[in-house]
Design a protein around this ligand. Sequence first.
Ligand code: 0GY
Length: 306
Amino acid sequence: MNEPASEPVSQGAFTTDADWLPYHPNPARPTFRLPAGTVDAHCHVFGPGAAFPYAPERRYTPCDAGKDDLFALRDFLGVARNVIVQATCHGADNSALVDALRAAGGRARGVATVRAEVTDAELAALHEAGVRGVRFTFVRRLADPEPDAYYRSIVDRVAALGWHVVVYLEAADLAERWDFLTSLPTTVVVDHMGRPDVTKPVDGPEFARFLTLLREHPRFWSKVTCPDRLTKTGPPYDDVVPFARAVVEAFPDRVLWGTDWPHPNLKSHMPDDGVLVDLVPRIAPTEDLRRRLLIDNPTRLYWSEP
Ligand code: 0GY
């Protein structure tokens, strides 16, 4: 594992947090070959801050990680397309995201963050650039959550565009927002399996709550992402595999995979993106499951027009 960076890195007007880990500079070439058409359905761009300043309200200052580096990683790993998700360090300024989407030539879609005051013209411009979803972050260390009615007013606007909702939450937020989230009229994608505590049993009551959400509410999808964020044992993430595999096998048509590059906010361990690819056959053990996870599901959600 990498050691946390000991010195902050100066990047023009912005200086990374002292404990910020930069993304892996030389990921291993994966042993597992991703099938043609694979979508990395959870990744981000950060700045660069000189061109796309980080939000004043951000909770962390990352290393610059722009679109060219994302596209280089895409090609190196054998990924065909990306879904770029707005990160909280950019707040509701989606300029870096839109710039990346435009540069991707149809090979990327986006998930934006918008405020309730967003105009119809701004939403239309985001849609035209390739945005197909809106992200709500309930995780308190990253953003200040708003009341349900605030989010609902946004959902009602973006649902008209055919967008879905991506939620980033932890178990306590899920319990608190259960009625609100399950009342939403759109597809709702939960980041990182709702961040399970992987030291608890995969068939225990805590993870059962998340599986119940998916079973009883067919509009809910799950990203089976971020083993590096959930693990307690480190690579090759043996402790996370049973959780991700359980979700993939139970809900094969409502799961998404992604790298999470450039891996925001990791303080003690930076994953090798090649190792993350090599985890795919362990969480989706058959060719059929992998086709749905890597190709069919993200293509249906992000590239099929109504
Ligand atoms: C993630 C994880 C995190 C951060 C963000 O938008 C963000 O700032 O997503 C995190 O710190 O857990 O989903 O990539």
